[in-house]
Design a protein around this ligand. Sequence first.
Ligand code: NAP
Length: 358
Amino acid sequence: METGPANVEKVVIIGSGPAGWSAAIYAARANLQPVVYEGTVKPEMIPLGQLAFTTEVENYPGFPFGNVRAFIESAVDEDRHYNLPPAPKGHVKNGAPHYAVQGVELMELMKQQALNFGTRVISDDIVDVDFSGHPFRLHTGEGGIAVAQSVIVATGARANYVGLPSEDAYKNRGVSACAVCDGALPRFRNKPLVVVGGGDSAVEEATYLTNFASKVYLVHRRDELRASKIMQKRALENPKIEMTWNTVVAECLGNEKEGLTAVRLASTVGAGERTLETAGMFAAIGHTPNTAFLHGKLATNEKGYLKLTKPFRTNTSVEGVFAAGDVADDYYRQAITSAGSGCMAALDAERWLAEHYG
Ligand code: NAP
């Protein structure tokens, strides 16, 4: 295999969520001088990934409640402090803020760790790829070209919304695609809420929201759930969840001051329409992996996620291209599993480079 011109990168990482940064930390420490394209465009190349939309992350190991902010401010370069969200109010211990790490904070810490080991970060998108020969050529949103011996795709996935124009109008003002991120917000407390979907996510989110809501309406377009039996049982037996079968949301209703106040529901079996008062609508109708920029040049599974071609490895259908995180995972979809697979991809790339480029 030819080594190519001098400015050929050993590894280019596309994406800046937990998978991307973990891959960068490992690749940098292996002296591969990684370059991360962190993305600029929402929703396809979400800078800092889906965690950028998350508040407190209570299940990332190593981050128990504490005075997280003091540590973060000591660790993250000062010129990026403006990026950090305000510390959540209401948790105070020994006079100091006391809370779980927030999504953006966790990502800024990972980014810092990658930077500390020499990772170069480019605020641009990859909009097309040429994997037809080695080294690979990647086209950037600003018209540049990156040449790389190996590539790690870590562009994640994004939550699907129903797709109504009225839904857009109330995003972050009652409409959400993440109950776990937003469910505890004051606006949803002791109010009726709507969850749309019939899979495990919908059932899980509806069950979670019963911690805060006065009642949760699970709106599903069919008359049976897709969710696993055990999750179904949990929802069907929960007195706070009301199943709303054969129904879709036709319109989100509200006003400038209050945000979402109701949804207009339509029957899928010709039983008419009705209006349901609600303070929140949570879409839980699946995710879409961020693969459009690949233009079909990597094999995907039937759901559109990148296909990993070797068991317990991160290899894709193209030799020298690896995938990590949610872009290749429609099952676990956790920050910790993404970070783990980012590490795996960097180790896979390192070994592949040693074998093919010496
Ligand atoms: P999913 O299984 O694909 O379910 C999506 C649901 O949304 C389906 O019920 C579907 O209806 C509905 N839907 C899709 N598009 C819609 C639209 N435009 N309007 C209205 N409804 C629509 O997705 P998921 O629930 O996010 O689960 C994804 C994967 O993660 C699954 O493998 C799941 O098992 C896993 N997961 C596991 C857990 C857990 O074990 N704790 C939790 C969450 C997710 P139809 O049924 O009619 O197609």
